[in-house]
Design a protein around this ligand. Structure first.
Ligand SMILES: [Zn+2]
Length: 252
């Protein structure tokens, strides 16, 4: 008789092939001088340091804001007592179940935060249940405003405009004890209309001071299923307030 609580006995090769059999959705924008950024932050700058023709090998120097592209905010970003990025467990964002709240149907305007009713409506519609340690992802549908997309705006528009999350929506995610809340916008819970902030209690109150990480700047969430596995590793930046991430969503 087999013990139902015994761990699955799989070889390393079998584990590897099962993981590699998952469909990979890369939800990371390319980093570079054209990366869309939160309006107060500067985009990465790249300076060639050596070149094939002159030095025999190519290498660049990068100057990168901690909160560039897809990135995670460490608690210390808003909480002086909170953990810095290098103090977080290495696997804090590694192979976590994610639940994606696709709010694109509401076509939320800049400065008009998503309500708890909208979050729970989508949760019921897509059969989402949040468990402790999950990652909650919010797809506002704001990719469409980026350069080259159907409703493209001025390149700086995306970093100055976003719906954000109402306070009760922030409380809902915090009470579920998720490990992180992420979005396809530049500042997740903060509501911005042309750079004017009108809501956003996740950064300073409900998320970071409770050790709940914030992930921003995700791209292409619409192609990923509503549930799956989230995998990313922050850079080990000494005293860092955040770190760029390469984020993949894995679909069984
Ligand atoms: Zn950030």
């Amino acid at each position: 008789m087999t013990n139902p609580t015994a761990p699955l006995e799989l070889s390393i090769t079998e584990i590897g092939s099962r993981v590699r059999g998952l469909r990979v959705h890369d939800v990371t924008p390319t980093l570079g001088p054209d990366t869309a950024m939160f309006f107060l932050n500067t985009a990465p700058q790249v300076t060639p340091l050596s070149r094939h023709a002159t030095e025999g090998a190519a290498a660049n120097t990068w100057e990168i804001h901690e909160h560039s592209g897809a990135h995670v905010d460490a608690p210390f970003h808003f909480d002086p007592e909170g953990q810095t990025i290098d103090e977080l467990p290495v696997d804090v964002l590694f192979f976590r179940p994610y639940k994606k709240y696709d709010l694109s149907e509401f076509d939320l305007a800049p400065g008009a935060p998503a309500t708890l009713e909208q979050i729970t409506h989508v949760g019921h519609r897509d059969h989402l249940t949040l468990d402790e340690g999950d990652i909650a992802l919010v797809d506002f549908g704001y990719d469409k405003y980026l350069p080259g997309m159907p409703d493209e705006r001025d390149p700086s528009w995306w970093g100055r405009n976003q719906p954000g999350l109402s306070e009760d929506a922030c409380e809902y995610f915090a009470e579920a004890k998720v490990i992180a809340v992420g979005s396809d916008t530049s500042a997740c819970d903060l509501a911005l209309a042309d750079g004017q902030m009108s809501a956003g209690t996740g950064h300073g109150q409900h998320f970071l001071p409770n050790g709940i990480l914030i992930i921003e700047g995700l791209r292409g969430l619409n192609a990923a299923p509503a549930t799956g596995l989230f995998a990313a590793l922050p850079l080990k930046l000494a005293g860092g307030t955040g770190s760029p991430l390469r984020v993949v969503l894995l679909e069984p």
